[in-house]
Design a protein around this ligand. Structure first.
Ligand code: GLN
Ligand code: ZN
Length: 803
């Protein structure tokens, strides 16, 4: 890394020469002003304070809002955001970060990579075609959706192939820039960079699976060149190109591609200044690549694991730093909800001053990942409210830091003192320091996380206790969340239904769910989770240490917003959370009813987690609280308990080097939650995805007796992979794809089971759907589960006939 940056050619390429496009801008003529630190953000929440965007888009889909109405709402929300940012003191506002659905889909439109199957729709009506790509239609499947790096935001995956022809469509970017400029803002378009765009893409349907979209780089760059020229013509002085994909582990070919991309874009004659941006993890070996590139600026993340780049920068400093470049320093965490340590950030910023031509201040990434405004929360304890910073507050922090950096700290002395006071109140609060929780966590030993007997000895004891046939059937936990259930919850909240009335509705639902399962012939029953609105929120509401918000909405995908709970303090469980309903369900049947909990890793992954202690410690506290619940379930007679960990894979760190540590605490937390039970109590877990190749050994480390997994769509490949990895315990590879309304017939399920039997011996194979049924309707669920138990019976008979 150092050898490369010591290359004399580096400095040559970095020296701004007279031909750089912006040499004659007013900014360049006033060197003093150009040294002043400016405040900026990479992106802002799109939805509006009242989630107006969601309402407008969904209204449009339902025909209640016209296209014109939707465009007006969108334009107003963008204008409000710009005004909010400018009024807060942000010097340069982002544009193009707004989206009706997803900014990666917007990029697909911008580069003309509309999939073949959507082209007619897009040509007929660009807006409807756009939504068709996002959501599909009766006839055409949508683009696939997946997580944006390790966040809970989902983007639409570009589909590319050797025949992809790109064509520039800068209209959205240029239009939104013009809006901002017309209002007199200094504005900077923010685009997904070409390398990240290609690295996020997958081969289009029908294209060989080993096709690498990155091979399309040479075709894509001219399109970016055209967009850049257009944006310059529209008045852009700077354009930001986001390359978070470079913060993951990248091989030489990928780094070379990045170097080539930014050399070519940098050498364009007709372009705005370029700001290459990265976030979510350290740039590491990609840092010298971008530092060397002939671009005018770098935006870097200096929070969390990305702070490791400070060392990389210090190394670069020995060879000249980032001469002539603008460094946009992301010192305010754009992914959590906590106030910044302003003094610490100022010292980081100050240390960067010598490195670059100018240091500006920003959040680490787009503020898309946090709620809009902490000040509107009325029900949060005022003490905790002092510790919270959502998008608006983070913007204020960035502005204060830029001012402090430019003018010295005198002007922000009051702010700094208030900040120190709030930080001190947080670190000394009873909420964040519960002596009982701390003592218990410190006393944890290795043995607490280990079952009393190994699986091979537990299995016969469990079989005897549960009295199960071979290939036992079960479900993942939830049954359809019907309109009546949601209405009952709304009635309860609105006071139209009292607690007893609500409880009676839930009890009735449980009776129905249990009796259906008995009729359908399932072996291990569930209560159906009718009392749970959300598998994390339900527990967060019952655990001490968690805080709920009223308006803390964050975009998950498209028009779906979630309100993640805030894990603010030490966690404990004041009272049992699930025992009553589980016991009630068990009282309705002679068959075993499986207890159902959300695991510690998932409880963290889908919350905003405290940043004042390592995640490992927070996970351990949650695990101990769940351990109490597991113990109470067991004591009340529950013979099988499932602890769901659907998020285990998704919070895997971007960089492989950080994964062992993560997997160590994640698996320890699971074992701590579950390890205290008797040998004949069966622990289940569930994960809803098929790509877990990189965590197979961690899955084995959980030492759950039974794991159910998504497999229906990958045709039992999961069973093969687990078998190949030597997974020793019981497995239920999903035989019914609940993500689709299609009901599989029993022949199809039976043949999947036969396939699975090729990989997993009958004594260790379970039969189940591949995820919870809460999003499905009763008629299909009824049929599908009957087909499933049918298929299990058929295959059992085949096995019995053979032996
Ligand atoms: N028990 C949960 C359910 O059935 C699990 C959901 C999940 O893993 N996403 O809904
Ligand atoms: Zn699932």
């Amino acid at each position: 890394m150092t050898a490369k940056s010591a290359d004399p050619a580096t400095n040559a390429s970095k020296t701004p020469d007279a031909k750089t496009p912006d040499a004659k801008t007013p900014e360049a003529k006033t060197p003093d002003a150009s040294k002043t630190s400016r405040a900026t953000v990479h992106g802002y929440p799109r939805q509006g304070q009242g989630r107006e965007l969601k309402k407008a888009v969904e209204g449009y889909w339902k025909g209640r809002v016209t296209a014109e109405g939707l465009r007006e709402t969108a334009a107003r929300l963008r204008r409000d955001n710009r005004r909010q940012l400018a009024e807060a003191g942000v010097h340069e506002v982002p544009t193009g970060d707004f989206s009706l659905y997803d900014h990666v889909l917007d990029t697909t439109v911008m580069v003309g990579a509309v999939p073949e199957r959507h082209r007619a729709a897009v040509e007929a009506d660009p807006l409807d075609g756009y939504f068709a790509m996002a959501r599909g239609t009766q006839d055409v499947a949508p683009l696939e959706m997946t997580k944006w790096f390790d966040t809970n935001y989902h983007y639409l995956v570009p589909e590319l192939g050797p025949d992809t022809v790109f064509a520039a469509d800068p209209a959205k970017q240029a239009g939104e820039l013009s809006e901002a400029l017309a209002e007199g803002h200094d504005a900077r378009p923010v685009l997904v960079g070409p390398v990240t765009y290609l690295l996020l893409a997958k081969p289009a349907p029908g294209v060989a699976a080993d096709f690498e979209p990155l091979t399309l780089l040479d075709r894509l760059l001219p399109v970016y060149a055209e967009v850049l020229a257009d944006l310059r013509a529209a008045g852009a002085r700077w354009v930001q190109l986001d390359e978070p994909a470079l913060a993951a582990d990248r091989g030489a070919a990928e780094l070379d591609a990045a170097a080539r991309a930014y050399r070519e874009l940098g050498e364009l004659a007709d372009r705005p200044k370029l700001l290459a941006a990265s976030y979510f993890d350290r740039l590491g070996e990609a840092l010298p690549v971008l530092a060397k590139a002939p671009v005018e600026g770098l935006a870097m993340d200096f929070t969390g694991p990305a702070a490791a780049d400070l060392t990389g920068l210090a190394e670069l400093a020995r060879t000249g730093g980032l001469p002539g470049k603008r460094l946009v320093a992301g010192v305010v965490d754009g992914r959590n909800v906590w106030i910044n340590d302003l003094r610490r950030s100022l010292s980081t910023l100050t240390s960067l001053l010598d490195l670059a031509d100018r240091v500006d201040v920003a959040p680490s990434c787009s503020l898309l990942h946090v709620p809009l405004d902490a000040a509107v929360e009325r029900d949060v304890d005022p003490q905790i409210a002092r510790w919270l910073a959502f998008a608006r507050q983070k913007t204020e922090e960035v502005v204060a830091l830029a001012q402090g950096l430019s003018e010295g700290t005198d002007g922000i002395a009051g702010l700094l003192d208030a900040n120190s006071g709030a930080l001190a109140s947080r670190s000394s609060a009873a909420l964040t320091r519960d002596p009982a929780v701390r003592a218990r966590s410190e006393a944890v030993t290795d043995a607490d996380g280990r079952r009393s007997l190994p699986y091979a000895e537990r299995a016969p004891a469990q079989r005897a206790r549960l009295d199960l046939p071979p290939l036992p059937t079960t479900t993942i936990g939830s049954f359809p969340q019907t309109g009546e259930l949601r209405a009952a919850r709304a009635d309860l909240r609105a006071g139209r239904l009292d607690a007893d009335g609500y409880a009676e509705r839930i009890a009735a639902e449980i009776r129905d769910v249990v009796s259906f399962q008995e009729q359908a012939g399932l072996d291990v029953l569930v209560h159906g989770e009718p009392e749970r609105n959300d598998m994390v929120q339900y527990f967060a509401e019952r655990l001490a240490g968690y805080v709920a918000t009223q308006h803390g909405w964050v975009q998950s995908y498209g028009t779906r917003y979630v309100r993640p709970p805030i894990l603010a303090g030490d966690v404990s469980r004041p009272a049992p959370m699930t025992v009553e309903w589980t016991r009630y369900a068990q009282s309705q049947t002679g068959r075993p009813v499986k207890g159902m909990l959300t695991g510690p890793v998932t409880m963290l992954a889908w919350s905003f987690v405290r940043d004042d202690q390592p995640r490992a410690e927070t996970a351990r506290q949650v695990a101990l609280a769940l351990r109490d619940e597991v113990a109470d379930l067991e004591a009340s007679g529950t013979a099988a308990i499932q602890v769901d960990e659907p998020a285990l894979r998704e919070t895997l760190p971007l960089r492989a080097g950080r994964r062992p540590e993560y997997l160590a605490w994640a698996t320890e937390a699971f074992r701590l939650a579950t390890g205290g039970v008797r040998a004949d109590t069966q622990i289940h877990t569930h994960m809803c995805y098929a790509e877990f190749g990189d965590i197979v050994s961690a899955i084995a480390d959980l030492d759950a007796d039974v794991i159910s997994l998504e497999a229906a769509r990958s045709h039992m490949q999961v069973a093969d992979e687990l078998a190949a990895a030597g997974y020793p315990n019981e497995v239920g590879p999903g035989v019914y794809d609940i993500h689709s309304p299609r009901v599989p017939d029993s022949h199809e399920i039976a043949s999947l089971l036969r396939k699975a039997l090729g990989a997993v011996p009958a004594e260790r194979l379970w039969v189940n759907p591949d995820c919870g049924l809460k999003t499905r309707g009763w008629p299909e669920v009824r049929q599908a589960l009957e087909h499933m138990t049918d298929a299990a019976r058929t295959v059992r008979e085949e096995i019995a006939g053979r032996s």
